[in-house]
Design a protein around this ligand. Structure first.
Ligand code: SAM
Length: 304
C-alpha cells in the first residue's frame, strides 16, 4: 500500500518537507534532556522513515510530537527484542527504512540495538548512524578531567560484591573512567569507588542539558561524603573519574592472582588475560603464564 503520510517536520513554526530515505536501519541519536539538542538530519530521518523503533513509545512520542512528526512508532526494547528483531529485519529487506532510537541519547550505548545492528549487517542490509547526544561524552567534556584516553564502563553491577570486584578490575586502567548511575544508587557507588580507587579527582554530572544541570567536582572520598550528607541525587547521573597517577605501583603477585581469579570466574582464559592486561598494563605473556599456573592450582589442570 502506498505510504500517503506527509513526511515533514515542524521547525520554528514552519513545516519542512523531509527528503526521502533509502531502505535500511538508521541509528538516530536523540536529546538527553533538552529537546533542542536534535540534529536536522535526525529530524529529517525521523520524519521520512517508514517506522521508528523505540524503547518506550510514550517517551519518543514527546520528541516526535514536539517536532510535528507523525511517523508510526513501534516498541523495540530488551523484553520484546527477540520477537521484534526478525520482523524489523524482514521489513528492511522488503525495502523499508527504519529509524532506531532509544529513550535518550545514542542507541546501543547502554541501550538496546547491538543485536539488531549485528543481524542487519549479517543479512547484508544497509546500516547507518546519525551521531548526536550521548550522556557519556557530554559528561566527559564538562568534567574537567583528562580526555585523551577514556574508558566507558556504563552501569556498575547492582550487587555489592560484584560492583566492588568490577571496580578493582578497573582500578589500573590508565584512562579516565565513565560510569552511568542513577540517583538512588549514587551514594553506594561513590563509597565503593572511593574505597576501590582511592582519592582520585572525579565529577558527578547530573541532569545534563536540563533545567537543574549540575556538575560537582572533588576527590572521590569528598564526593561520597557530600552525597551521604544530603547533596541532591535526583535525576540522571554520569560519574567521571580521573585516571590513576602515572606512578601507580604495579600490582604485587597476590593482587594479580586476585584480579585473575575474579576475571576467570566470569570469562574465558583468553578474555581474562586481555582484561587483566588492560587493567594492569603488564605484558600479556606474563599474565597468561600466571593464568595457566592458577588453572593448574585451582582446577583440574585441563587445558583452557
Ligand atoms: N544511550 C544513552 C546515551 O547515549 O547517553 C544512555 C542510556 S542509559 C540507559 C541511561 C543513563 O544515561 C542514565 O542512567 C544516566 O546515567 C545517563 N544519562 C542519560 N541522560 C542523562 C542526563 N541528561 N544527565 C546525566 N546523565 C544522563
Amino acid at each position: 500500500m502506498p505510504d500517503e503520510r506527509r513526511k515533514s517536520y515542524v521547525l520554528a513554526g514552519q513545516a519542512v518537507e523531509a527528503p526521502s530515505l533509502p531502505a535500511g536501519l538508521h541509528l538516530v541519536a536523540t536529546p538527553i534532556g533538552n529537546l533542542r539538542d536534535v540534529t536536522l538530519r535526525a529530524l529529517e530521518t525521523l520524519a521520512s522513515a517508514d517506522i521508528i523503533a523505540c524503547e518506550d513509545t510514550r517517551i519518543t512520542r514527546r520528541l516526535t510530537e514536539h517536532y510535528g512528526i507523525n511517523t508510526p512508532l513501534t516498541p523495540y526494547h530488551e523484553h520484546n527484542a527477540g520477537a521484534a528483531r526478525p520482523k524489523l529485519l524482514a521489513r528492511i529487506a522488503a525495502g523499508s527504512s527504519i529509524a532506531l532510537v532509544s529513550d535518550a541519547g545514542t542507541p546501543l550505548i547502554s541501550d538496546p540495538g547491538f543485536k539488531l545492528v549485528r543481524a542487519a549487517r549479517e543479512a547484508g542490509l544497509a546500516v547507518t548512524a546519525l551521531p548526536g547526544p550521548s550522556a557519556a561524552l557530554a559528561a566527559l567534556t564538562m568534567a574537567g578531567l583528562p580526555t585523551d584516553r577514556f574508558f566507558f564502563e556504563g552501569f556498575l553491577p547492582v550487587k555489592t560484591g560484584q560492583r566492588r570486584a568490577r571496580i578493582a578490575e578497573l582500578s589500573r586502567i590508565p584512562a579516565t573512567l565513565i560510569f552511568y548511575e542513577s540517583g538512588p544508587r549514587l551514594v553506594r557507588a561513590l563509597a565503593d569507588l572511593a574505597s576501590g580507587l582511592g582519592p582520585r579527582e572525579a565529577a558527578v554530572c547530573r541532569e545534563l542539558t536540563k533545567l537543574h544541570e549540575e556538575v560537582r567536582r572533588g576527590d572521590l572520598p569528598g564526593l561520597a561524603r557530600a552525597y551521604e550528607d544530603g547533596a541532591e541525587t535526583r535525576g540522571e547521573i554520569v560519574i567521571v573519574v580521573a585516571p590513576p597517577p602515572a606512578d601507580a605501583a604495579q600490582p604485587d603477585a597476590g593482587e594479580l592472582d586476585a584480579l585473575l581469579r575474579r576475571a576467570l570466574e566470569r570469562v574465558s582464559m583468553k578474555d581474562a588475560v586481555s582484561e587483566v592486561a588492560a587493567a594492569t598494563g603488564l605484558p600479556r605473556r606474563e599474565i597468561y603464564q600466571r593464568a595457566l599456573a592458577l588453572n593448574d592450582e585451582d582446577g583440574d589442570g585441563a587445558p583452557p
